[in-house]
Design a protein around this ligand. Structure first.
Ligand code: ZN
Length: 210
């Protein structure tokens, strides 16, 4: 957690601080006078002066997302793509999940309707379905052909056992990713884009309503 000097001393224009981390996402300080974007107020701009006197211009300030914050967004989006698979009864041929959006490509020629997708996603989120991991052996799969038939993606064979992701009453498919425990945790989604990627492919991009 960065110490927020600006809360106690909003007129302060200089402070010493230590760089905690620095990457393409930005610079994280242990203490700061920079106000981070929030509550309708823009983030501060300014300058960091290094120990050797050289300077780094700061164009904007945002709250550092916690590692779990970022991961939790991935988990929410990832689980949302399972819901989308359950709503759109076609095979997928591409998927990308970031902290900002989830993108899923469906192997299909029919048009998709934004209002329908948003309504169904909202319903499945509101219905608060439990999400759980189920391990199943090849022998169990062979004994339950109906199970495979209901899966939106066919499980790989010959590994001995397969990890399935089950969204209670909604979706069942092999998946090794990270998911939230209940669909309610996904929160409100919007369909940011529906694209005809090719003659046989439809792309859907989901974002959170924040
Ligand atoms: Zn998954």
């Amino acid at each position: 957690m960065t110490q927020e000097i600006f809360r106690e001393e909003p007129y302060r224009t200089e402070a010493e601080a230590t760089v905690q981390s620095c990457d393409a996402g930005g610079i994280v300080l242990d203490r700061t006078i920079f106000y981070p974007k929030g509550g309708g107020q823009a983030g501060d701009a300014g300058m960091i002066v290094r120990a050797d006197g050289s300077t780094v211009a700061i164009a904007d300030t945002v709250k550092a997302p916690s590692p779990l914050g970022r991961r939790h967004r991935h988990m929410r989006f990832h689980t949302a793509t399972h819901l989308l698979c359950a709503i759109v009864p076609h095979q997928t041929n591409g998927c990308s999940i970031t902290a900002q959006y989830a993108r899923l490509d469906f192997d299909m020629v029919e048009p998709l309707e934004r209002e329908h997708l948003e309504r169904e996603l909202a319903r499945l989120v509101d219905e608060a379905h439990d999400v759980r991991t189920v391990w199943i052996t090849d022998a169990e799969l062979d004994a339950k052909p109906d199970l495979v038939r209901t899966m939106s993606v066919k499980p790989p064979r010959g590994l001995g056992r397969v990890r399935l992701l089950e969204i209670d009453g909604v979706d069942l498919q092999p998946c090794g990713g990270t998911h939230v425990a209940n669909t309610r945790e996904i929160g409100k989604l919007r369909v940011a884009k529906i694209e005809k990627k090719s003659a046989r492919s439809r792309r859907v991009v989901l974002e959170f309503v924040e």
